[in-house]
Design a protein around this ligand. Sequence first.
Ligand SMILES: Cc1cc2nc3c(=O)[nH]c(=O)nc-3n(C[C@H](O)[C@H](O)[C@H](O)COP(=O)(O)OP(=O)(O)OC[C@H]3O[C@@H](n4cnc5c(N)ncnc54)[C@H](O)[C@@H]3O)c2cc1C
Length: 493
Amino acid sequence: MALMTPEEFEKSLGRMRPKVFMNGKRVESVLSNPNTRTVVESNKASYAWALDPRYSDIMTCHSPLIDETVNRYTHVSGSIEDLVKKAEAGTFTGERLGTCIYRCVGDDSFHALAATTWEMDRDLGTEYHPRFIEYLKMVQRNDLSVAGALTEPRGSRQKRALDWPDPFLSLKLVDKTKDGIIVRGAKINISGAFASHELVVLPQSAHPEDEKDYALAFAVPADAQGITYVCQYSPYSAERELADDVYELGNPVFGQRETSMVIFDNVLVPWERVFHCGESRYALSFVSRFARTHRMTCGGTCKVGFMNQIIGACKLIQEYKGLDKAAHINDQITEMVVLRETGRACGLAAARLGGEDPPGSGVFLPDELMGNVSKLNVCNAFWRTMALAGDIGGGLVVTMPSLKELKNPETKDYVEEFFSFGSDQPTENILKVHKLLQHWTAGQHGVATWHGAGPVMAQKIMIQRVANFDHEKQLVKDTLNLKDKEVKKIEIK
Ligand SMILES: Cc1cc2nc3c(=O)[nH]c(=O)nc-3n(C[C@H](O)[C@H](O)[C@H](O)COP(=O)(O)OP(=O)(O)OC[C@H]3O[C@@H](n4cnc5c(N)ncnc54)[C@H](O)[C@@H]3O)c2cc1C
């Protein structure tokens, strides 16, 4: 079995030396910094679940590449069943972490790489596919955590990359040497990269022939020479730094969704790790294959899990407050269930309607239309779910005092008495459930859900590209028995 234990995972990260900065200071160890630690814990959990017989069916699968059991987050789907299991794994992981599944972006990138390197080799006679497969085998054998990086700073959106004053606002080829390629630029908003073993990099967008130096895909160790991480920092980061005990926080162990800017300052990528370099016509294939896979994951799987946490907290608060019979609250919770199930249905449909792409490649991808619909649907469904949860939770979701008051002899008794709702539950539990809802409704999740896997306009553009209305128009023509107009040729005498 090619599976690491959680302890081995932590040890392996401890051997790495990524250059990480947060809040203006160097992070000496991602294992001990309280904010980067949340990513370590999240990834660690994925190793523990894979080894747990209760969850191994979801979290592991057989890899035909190395003929061993591997973590599902290192596997490229080779069937519809694989895609369905991948969707189930997304919900399972999302609902237990209550934050980003950091390993999913890398795995979704593997799907795009497997399909598009195969296609390039077929069309162009390149040798990227076997190179990528060797890399993937190495990832599987060593059970590595891999982050995925596409999003770039970019210059003015009205101008082409060649017209930007700084050509490195998208990641760019600097040089080709006998050892590999040298790249410079940055990727932004990258989930969990500093606590991963590897980074896989794909282009962010299509590139015409004259922008071929931006058409790049490759993999590097997360602590490769020349890579620097500048982490996000928010009031939630500060709150975690100040916590005496993580159980004062809304998501105690796994935290907020942690991202960073990843700077590539003349990074050398050895040739055996380069999977696309200059074949600009294929840049869009990487992006769109990644997008349909990741939009199924982000739209129709992890958010379903997140909604389970929100619904659970609302039900508990309903009970604490004696609101079980309040018809409008039951109605709101029913609406949440419908939003959640619609999300789940989109994810499962994207998986079930998926197929081999390109035909003959052995790579199975979610259905492009439903993948994009999954993400577009959840953007609004998640805001709505948060709004409903805010109503049920009441003002306390944002006005609650610190859980530290329960340890302060001067305030403890007051807090325990006046936030008890007269219920038979410990006030500490009541406050903790409100704190969890604060994490969901008043934190980063609204914007994060909107933009993660691309803003809504990106899904709409894809849907407009894929949706072909010939079938619908023909239906109407058949229903009405419409005939095409006979074009009479007018003869001019
Ligand atoms: C929590 C979180 C985690 C993420 N994790 C990852 C990750 O692991 N890997 C990764 O690669 N990315 C990741 N992302 C990045 C995510 O994919 C981007 O945030 C998203 O694609 C939007 O890009 P942007 O943030 O640069 O916003 P922008 O692109 O600046 O979008 C802002 C607005 O401008 C509009 N806009 C942008 N460009 C144009 C244009 N040319 N014409 C017209 N309108 C335009 C958009 O539609 C939107 O309305 C993550 C994002 C978040 C929030």
